[in-house]
Design a protein around this ligand. Sequence first.
Ligand SMILES: [Mg+2]
Length: 506
Amino acid sequence: MQNDRAAGVLVALAAGDALGAGYEFGPPLTDGADVSMKGGGPFGFEPAEWTDDTSMAIPIAEALLEYGAAPAAFDAVVQAWTDWARDAKDVGAQTRTVISAASRAADKDRRTVTAGDFAEAAAEFHGRSGRSAGNGSLMRTAPLALAYLHRDPTDLMTAAVGLSALTHYEYDAGEACGLWCIAIRQAVLTGQLDLRAGLALLETGRADLWRKRIETAERSRPRDFAQNGWVVEALQGAWSAITSTGASPAGPQHLRAALEEAVRGGNDTDTVAAIAGSLLGAVYGFSAVPFEWRRRLHGWPGLRTRDLMILGAELAAGKGKQNYIWPRTGHQDYSGRSRTDALVQHPDDDGVWLGGVGALCRTEELGIDAVVSLCRLGTEDVTGIAPENQATFWLVDSASPESNAAAAHVLNEAAAAVELFRAEGRTVLVHCVRAESRTPSVAALYGARVAGGSALDASKRVLRALPPRQSEPRVPGGARGSGRGRGVDTGLVNEQCQSRPLMYAA
Ligand SMILES: [Mg+2]
C-alpha cells in the first residue's frame, strides 16, 4: 500500500494539473459543475495534457533519482528547467524572470547554469519587487517528499526551503513547500492526512501564522481564495478543496471530488489542483486516480501516466533507476508459474478474452486492441496496443484489508474499463498471471454489468468457462508462493509468444 501511495503522488499531481489546464484564469464554477480534462485554456493545451506544474516537477524527480540528495541534484534541476523553458507553452512570470537572469549570468562566464545562479537571481528578483511568493515553487515540490521518505523530516523541511529558494526567495514560499512535503511524506508512510505535521519544524511565530492560515482554509472553499497565484492562497485553496470534500466521499472517491472542487475554485485552477493532487495521491494512491483520467494523461517531455508512476515508485524505493527490476524492467518474469497460457472468451461477451499473462502474445492473432492488466508487467510486455488502450489496475491476491487499499473501487474501475473499451467497439483481453483470482473477479463484475443478475452468478459462469484450478500444494507459512516454480513450465512472457493452439477457447 505504501508503494501504491508513493506511485500516486506524481500521477495525481499531473491529473489535477491537466484537469485544471482548460479552466486556468477563469472565474469560479457553480457547485457541481462538470469538470473534465478538456484542454484548451489560455495556453492551448491538448486534452489531458499537463502544464508547467508537472513539467517542472519531473526534472526534480529525475535529478533526485540520479544524484540522491546531493547538491549536484539542484544543479541538474535548474539545467533541465532552463532547457524546458526555451519552448514551454507556459512559464510563470516570476520563474521566467529568474531563469533568464540566471542564464545570462552563466552565459557571461561561459559556463553551465548552476543552482547558485538561480538562488542569486531569485534573491535579486525579491530585492527589486519586495515580493516573491508566487505559487510556482509549491506546485512542483512533491518529488522531494518521496526522496526524503526514509530520512529525518527536519532534513526534508530544509531541502524544501532550499529547492523553493531557487526561484522563490520569500519565506512564505519555502515554508509552504516544507509543510506540504512533510504532509506528503506522512501520508505515504501512514495513509494519514495531516497538514499540521510540519508546523513543529517552524519557528514559533511562523508556526502560529501557518496554523491560522490552515484553520481559515478549513472554514472556506477554494473559491474564497481568489488570490491563488500567491503561494499562501494556493495552499489554502488546495487544502480547502481537500477538507471541504472530505466528509462524505471518504476513500478513493475523495481524490476525484477534491480535485474537481479545486478546479471549480477558478483562477489558477491547474496549480491549485496540482498541489491538491500531490497530497491526495499520497493519501489514496495510484489506484484512486480514475482510469478515465490516467488513460490519456501526457505532457512534457513526452511522458505518460506510467512514466510518472515509475518515477514515484523509484524515488520512494530510494535506489535510483534500475532497469532490471519492476517497474522499469522491460519484461516481467513469470517463468515457472503454471496456467499462464489460460485463455477463454467471456461467457457473456465473446468480444472479451480472459487469460493468463501468456495471452499477451496472442493479441494480434485474436484481433485484441485493448488490454486490461491486473498484474505487474514490464514496459515491453504489451506490444501492438495503443498506450491509451492499455489499462492497468493494481490488485493483490488477498482478502486481507491490509493488502488492498480499495479493492472494491479497483475491481469496479477495472470492470468499467472493460465496458468502456467494448462501448468503443474494441476487442478486450483481461488478464492477470494465471487467470485464477483477479481475472475472474473482474470478469464476474463485468458479466453482471452486461448480462444482468448478480456478480456471484456471473462468477459461476466465468469459472465454468475458465480451465479448472489445478490443485497446488500449499507452501508452509502462507499461500503467497503457491504454484510458483512447479507445474507447466511456461517460461518468460516473450518466450511464450510462439504459435500455440487455442487451448481453452470457449
Ligand atoms: Mg500550470
